[in-house]
Design a protein around this ligand. Structure first.
Ligand SMILES: Cc1cc2nc3c(=O)[nH]c(=O)nc-3n(C[C@H](O)[C@H](O)[C@H](O)COP(=O)(O)OP(=O)(O)OC[C@H]3O[C@@H](n4cnc5c(N)ncnc54)[C@H](O)[C@@H]3O)c2cc1C
Length: 486
């Protein structure tokens, strides 16, 4: 079939229907733009619909209602501290100006989500990373597909499933459209086509973690073979298409190893090593968990949880790279995982006593994240899931302007090309804080949607912080100044 048979035109073409692409498409459509969204899969929601659903915002309604004082400046400072911590390992930089813009806009992102029907459960403490309670968990990550899906439909966004964008179309140096092919996931006949964009194309195709060739280019040694549990369509297509036009990719080396487990499962579990004893704060920073596992005897350790958790977190347990084992008693479970039965029993009993005591800090390892349901590991059968190192999210992506315009390697914005979410590299090295990725994807999506539909972000009064040398905006695009409220 010839490409011309499938030629379409809209004001805006969005590549990818994760939280970044959905927010961008929705915002642009609500401002009157005609929008086509290309999505390789049969559902929108992207990796967010497979995630734990932790999201961080600064100075937002739920914090105020709970009497928690916070500010975008405080959030920015936490991101800067986290990236300073990671700089030595990965050589990464935070784009302070973009991060300040995200922090400032994050409260509006929370409102945007609540208005779409998102519900949040509670604050999840991460005191070692976020200096105040600002991270919440989404009540159900299926909302990323459902709430965005119905809002896109209502706003008239033309969502084209099973279409994989393959190339950007340019005219006189400007991006004017996208060439696509039926995605490998498409059940129907293979098709090709073009979507032309009057105002711009937004790259929202997620990260490059499912592309082992790309990973091995940026990630050293054996790490590029570690498992990845997210969607397989995050193959770096956005990165490659933008790179082909000279787009400036930054922070690509950071694809942090982490222990493959959803935080919602960690909350209800303890981890024991081969001796049957706990060996770290299970909810500590991701890299510290990897270090703890590295140092555990024989690098062999397990998350232990009970029947209640096995039921309530069944989907998360099913996604773990290696199968969990169970037994009707703790002694039986100890035999399954080859550890000392009496040690496992006393470890579990001590944890249960800590949970029941109502303490807010575990006296053994300083853990401050406890089961949401307030119950210990009590109901048989008991379960053990092996701890395995893998990856979830890479940090690398394009350097972008405050309107999410993609910079080329010479620091000039590529006309007509925008990037959001995991296609952007300037904020993601702060991953280790927790809750940064989805919230910033939606925030940048809103900003890009506004920009491409012709409404720029508000022009603020005060400069935020000095951008690092490699985040200097192009002289072609004056950078709006970002207000920081104290
Ligand atoms: C297991 C797991 C747990 C996580 N937990 C959290 C968490 O609790 N909090 C947090 O902040 N972050 C978390 N993340 C990261 C977070 O999910 C992502 O950073 C976020 O979803 C990125 O949003 P996005 O819109 O940029 O891309 P994605 O959500 O990755 O979506 C990209 C979309 O683009 C589509 N696509 C890709 N290529 C093409 C193409 N060529 N053409 C058309 N469509 C294409 C994909 O199918 C996908 O739907 C987690 C990730 C994983 C894997």
């Amino acid at each position: 079939m010839s490409a011309s048979e499938f030629k379409e035109r809209a004001d805006v073409v969005v590549v990818g229907g994760g939280p970044g692409g959905c927010a961008a498409a929705l915002t642009a459509a609500r401002l009157g733009a005609e929008v086509i969204l290309l999505e390789a899969l049969d559902l929108v929601g992207g990796n967010a619909a497979r995630s734990t659903g932790y999201m961080a915002f600064a100075d937002f309604e739920a914090q105020r209602a709970a009497g928690i004082a916070d500010s975008p400046r405080g959030y920015l400072a936490d991101m800067q501290a986290e990236v300073a911590r990671q700089r030595e390992s990965y050589g990464v930089v935070l784009d302070d100006t973009l991060a300040a813009c995200y922090a400032e806009e994050s409260a509006a992102t929370y409102r945007f989500l609540v208005e779409l029907g998102f519900r949040f459960n509670r604050f999840v403490p991460r005191p070692g990373q976020h200096t105040t309670d600002r991270m919440m968990d989404v009540a159900d990550v299926g909302m990323f597909s459902r709430c965005f899906g119905s809002a896109l439909q209502e706003a008239g966004v033309q969502v084209r499933h099973h279409r994989r964008a393959r190339r950007l179309i340019t005219e006189g140096g400007s991006v004017v459209g996208v060439r696509w092919a039926s995605s490998e996931e498409s059940p129907g006949a293979k098709e090709l086509g073009e979507c032309c964009a009057n105002s711009g194309v937004i790259l929202a195709a997620g990260g490059y973690q499912a592309n082992f060739q790309l990973r091995s280019r940026y990630q050293p040694g054996h790490l590029s073979n570690t498992p990845y549990l997210g969607i397989h369509t995050d193959r770096g297509d956005g990165h490659l298409m933008g790179q082909a036009l000279g787009g400036d990719l930054i922070n690509m080396t950071m694809i942090p190893p982490l222990v493959m487990v959803a935080s919602a499962l960690v909350e209800n579990s303890i981890a024991v090593d081969a001796s049957g004893r706990r060996f770290h704060d299970e909810a500590c920073p991701y890299d510290d968990r990897v270090r703890a596992l590295d140092e555990a005897s024989g690098r062999r350790a397990y998350y232990i949880f009970d029947a209640e958790t096995a039921k309530s977190r069944a989907d998360l347990i099913g996604q773990m790279p290696r199968p969990a084992v169970s037994a009707p008693t703790l002694e039986g479970l100890a035999r399954e995982i080859d550890c000392e039965p009496s040690a496992l029993r006393s470890t579990v009993e001590r944890w249960n006593a800590t949970v029941a005591s109502g303490l807010r800090t575990d006296p053994d390892f300083g853990r401050m994240v406890f089961p949401a349901e307030g119950a210990g590991i009590v109901r048989p059968p008991f379960w053990a899931s092996p701890m395995v190192v893998g990856i979830n999210f890479p940090a690398g992506g394009f350097r972008v302007s405050l309107n999410c315009g993609v910079f080329n390697v010479f620091g000039e914005v590529i006309p007509g090309l925008f990037a959001v979410g995991d296609c952007v590299g300037g904020i993601a090295p702060a991953i280790g804080l927790g809750g940064v990725k989805i919230s910033s994807a939606v925030t940048l999506g809103r900003i890009a949607g506004r920009a491409v539909a012709g409404k720029q972000p508000p022009t603020p009064a005060e400069p935020a912080v000095t951008a690092p040398a490699d985040a200097t905006p192009s002289t072609d695009e004056p950078s709006p100044r970002i207000p920081i409220v104290g």
